[in-house]
Design a protein around this ligand. Structure first.
Ligand code: ADP
Ligand code: MG
Length: 342
């Protein structure tokens, strides 16, 4: 549904997007995750045809966004980061206006209006002026305008930013509902956001893709097989010292007191392939073992480990979307964008 190949974007001399490639298949809900300034909004604006790229290719539903921009716009719905709404219109007036712009006519127009008012739970506010609406309702209006023409691909830029926790839950549910009919790409700088809604996550940092895969697969790939966590019926102070002295322990990562004793997380030496020495050590010291696990890395660990680099070369974790060899780009580097219509 969406293919991004070797996309670059310069703002003047600043290289904001530095050669990214990824695919989104029909029916997926993909999270585009990255810290502020990573290049998410830039990539999304280029994909929807609101900004020019410096080089690369993007196709939506097999149509080139540059060569075939009008056709692409018809199959895309877009919620910009700061959704422009016409303050002086009522909800119905605004959505009717968008329906007209989208070329909807007759019964289809009426049906689609009714559908988005229903699915976005806007019925109670249909006659309210947009300027009187809360941020949560405004965001629903933004989502309604993005899906009114039943687009094949829905692109949502930070859809829950500025919402309170209840509104966030409502908008997430709405996105899942939209995802049942349409392919969705949403950006976020908040991990919990993508973990809650997306089946796959593409992590971008400083204009480069650093990870691509299902949240659980990314966690598993980053899981360090040499890390073991023990829950012991013992005082954390002696445990830490005793484990640190033990030959097979490379490093004691965390030792925390719990109501049952302590939890200790250690990295064992490469040569240590069994937990038996830890069990023996605990037995020798009379510490009861309540649990022994190899903790899985979470998406948060993945995000932290891949986006915290300080100028060091990035490692990356690409588990999906093997990119094809780059086919020739179609534009040379240019200076700035041509007007941001969002
Ligand atoms: N119109 C612009 N002119 C110059 N630099 C820009 C412009 N828009 C964004 N940038 C810069 O490009 C980088 C990526 O921005 P953006 O795509 O908005 O990131 P994100 O959405 O991930 O926060 C940032 O460093 C930002 O400051
Ligand atoms: Mg942004």
């Amino acid at each position: 549904m969406l293919e991004v190949r070797d996309l670059h974007k310069y703002y003047g001399a600043f290289h904001a997007v530095r050669g990214i490639s990824f695919d989104v298949a029909k029916g997926e809900i993909v999270g585009f995750l990255g810290p502020n300034g990573a290049g998410k909004t830039t990539t999304m604006k280029i994909a929807v045809g609101f900004m020019t790229m410096s080089s690369g290719t993007i196709t939506v539903d097999q149509r080139d966004v540059v060569q075939d921009s009008m056709a692409v716009r018809r199959v895309i719905g877009y919620l910009p980061e700061h959704a422009p709404l016409y303050e002086d219109m009522t909800v119905t007036e605004y959505l009717s206006f968008i329906a007209d712009v989208r070329g909807l006519r007759g019964t289809l127009r009426a049906e689609r209006l009714q559908y988005v008012l229903g699915v976005c739970a806007l019925e109670p506010k249909r006659r309210s002026g947009i300027k009187t609406l809360s941020k949560g309702y405004r965001q629903r209006v933004g989502l309604a305008q993005a899906i009114i023409h039943d687009p094949k691909l829905v692109i949502l830029d930070e859809p829950t930013v500025g919402l309170d926790p209840n509104q966030i839950i409502e908008i997430r549910n709405l996105i899942r509902e939209i995802g049942e009919r349409n392919t969705v790409v949403l950006s976020s700088h908040i991990l919990a956001e993508v973990e809650a809604t997306c089946s796959r996550v593409v992590i971008i940092n400083e204009g480069l893709i650093v990870a691509n895969g299902a949240p659980s697969a990314l966690g598993a790939a980053l899981t360090d097989d040499n890390v073991v966590q023990l829950e012991l019926g013992a005082d954390s102070c002696d445990v830490k010292g005793t484990f640190a002295e033990h030959v097979d322990v490379a490093e004691v990562l965390v030792a925390e007191t719990t109501h049952r004793g302590c939890t200790i997380t250690i990295r064992v030496a490469e040569s240590c392939t069994s937990t038996k020495p830890m069990i023996d050590l605990s037995a020798q010291n009379g510490w009861e073992i309540h649990g022994i696990v190899r903790p899985n890395a979470t998406l948060e660990d993945v995000f932290k480990s891949l986006t915290n680099s300080e100028g060091e070369p990035q490692s990356s974790l690409i588990l999906a979307n093997e990119t094809e060899p780059h086919v020739e780009g179609h534009a040379e580097i240019e200076d700035a964008d041509i007007g941001d219509k969002s």
